[in-house]
Structure formats: structure tokens, C-alpha cells
Write a protein that binds this ligand. Sequence first.
Ligand code: PLP
Length: 356
Amino acid sequence: MKKHNFYAGPSILPEYTKQQMAKAVINFAGSDLSLMEISHRSKEFQSVMDEAMALVKELLNVPEGYSVLFLQGGASLQFLMAPFNLLKNKAAYVNTGSWSTKAIKESKYVGETVEVASSKDKNFSYIPKDIKAPSDADYLHITTNNTIYGTEFNKIPEVNIPLVGDMSSDILSRPVDVSKFDLIYAGAQKNIGPSGATLVIVKDSALGKTGRVIPTMLDYNTHISKGSMFNTPSTMAVFGALQTLKWLKSIGGVPAMEKINKEKSALLYKTLDESKLFKANIPAKEDRSRMNVTFVMAKGYESLEQEFLDFATSKGMVGVKGHRSVGGFRASLYNALPLESVKALVETIKDFEAKH
Ligand SMILES: *Cc1c(COP(=O)(O)O)cnc(C)c1O
């Protein structure tokens, strides 16, 4: 049966990425070797890494003076590497959910960490406004899209200090002004490629200022000086990322992607807002994520939750169960998910309503 993949991560990949990866597993770049068995120092793989870095710069309009890296350890390791490399005086954080909370925890291991805004009071169902960052903080950390709760900074806060952004679940989904950030990081497995790589974009001049001794593997400069090849990179994951970046470029790049993402999310939210059985979790339209749409059964219909999940599964919908900490449902509409899949989900919702 045709499957519609709404998993939150690892998640749907473009058909192009899967086809190219399948070929490369057997015969990579005409080498008569598998991508899995070729040295990362081979000229064939070196060009994969070079091209992937260059395409990130091109697609996100990364200004001069920034380095692009493909590291390992996930966004979760970046929670620690960010303060280790950038926190001198103190770090400011906005707490918009589980991932921000984890980032704050790691920063506290490193130095003074202040939470300057939070939406915890309403179970992370909104994005705090009028965020003020202390002028003596080294950076303000934000989680641009909150994968679990389904909120997103539709406007990046205007502050007088550099930003650090966890963009794991919305990178490349919309244009971003990289120059406002000292650091952007994103686990690859949501919008970039298969799991196993973490994209880092870091401003070179922001580094080396903390006075702290940084262990080799935790130091961005180690990886910058070796072009992300200080140690063995995740060759499969970087190759997969490159294919997705090429696909994204072929469809018109990030601005074209944003247009499609707006259309996809608008269609689903409209359906939920008009529904009597279902309700979107996030009340304020401007705070709703375009990447992860969270919703629940409306008041009085809670008992239908399992029945809807079974019904959706029977229609080929995959991964619509909500995160265990939130419950209800979540449909992740990442870049690679076609509009056609959102239409199929909308039809499923409407068919279910017609039965009740
Ligand atoms: C998935 C996710 C993470 C964790 O990523 P890992 O690569 O599993 O460490 C962190 N932040 C956000 C916003 C995420 O969506």
C-alpha cells in the first residue's frame, strides 16, 4: 500500500535521495566499491563532503566568515558544544519545550546560564514574545521549531546579542538570515538526510574567546581545521545529505520550499480548525509550526483517539501518533513530504468525521 510518512525523525526522504543512496551502496561514483567500504580520504568521498558543504552555503546564503561542518553526536551533543565554545560570561536561553530544556541543562554544566523567557506555564503551547536578552550574555539560544509541541518562531527575535539556533526540525524549510547567528546546528534526520550527521554552521570569529581549554573533539576549531574530517565522518549520512541538498536545489531552493511548506501546513490547519472532532494543539496561528502539526480529539470526542489511529493506519498514514509526552497526534510535514500526502491525511480526517 502507498504509505504517507509523517514520522518526526528519522523521517521521510526524497525519492531521489533514496535512489542515489541505493545505487551508491552497490557502486559508489563508478569506483566499483560500495559507499560503505570506501575510505573517507578517497577523492570520491572528499568531493561528497566538499559539495555538501558548498551546497549548504549556497542554499542558505551563508555569508563569508562562517564554516559549515558535518559532525556526529546529534543535536544533543551540540547542546554541550555550543556553550563549551561560546560561553565566556553567561548564556541566555529561551525555553520553548523539551529540547530547549535539554539544551539549558547542558549549558549549566559549562557556566552561568539564564532562562530569559519560557512558555512552560502553558505547557509550551506558545512562543514567548518581546524577548529581552541581557547585554552581557554571550548569546541567546533559541529552538526555532519545537518538534514535540508543534510551535515555531515564525519571526526570529530581534536582540542585540548574537543568536544560537537549534534548527534541527526546520532548517532549510524557510530562508534564514544566518548573519544574526553565531551558531546554527541541526541533526540531519529531520530535514536533511538519514540520521548520523549533524549540520553545524558557525561564525569563525565567534570562536576562541572563552579562555576555556576545550577537549579536542568538542572544539569546533578542530573540525574546521580538518574540513569535518578530523576523525571518520558518517560517510553514508553525509552522502545522503548531499543528495537531499541537490534535490532541494533542483526544485528551486529554500524560497520555493517555503512556499510549498506554507501550502501544506495551511491545508492541514484549516482542516483542523473547521473540524468538530479534531482540534489543533497550538491556539495562536502565528506560533504554529509548519513542520510538526500537533492535534488532539476535540472535547467530548477523546474516546475516539485509538479508533482514529487505527483508521489512519488502515489508510496508509504512518507516524501520526503524538509524542509520548504530549499525547494526541502529530503530523510532521518536513520538506520531503509531498503535498499529496497532506491531502491524503486531510481526506482521512474528513472520512473519519463523516463516519461519526
Ligand atoms: C530531534 C531534535 C533534537 C535531538 O536531535 P538528536 O540528533 O537526536 O540529538 C534536538 N533538537 C530538536 C529541535 C529536535 O527536533
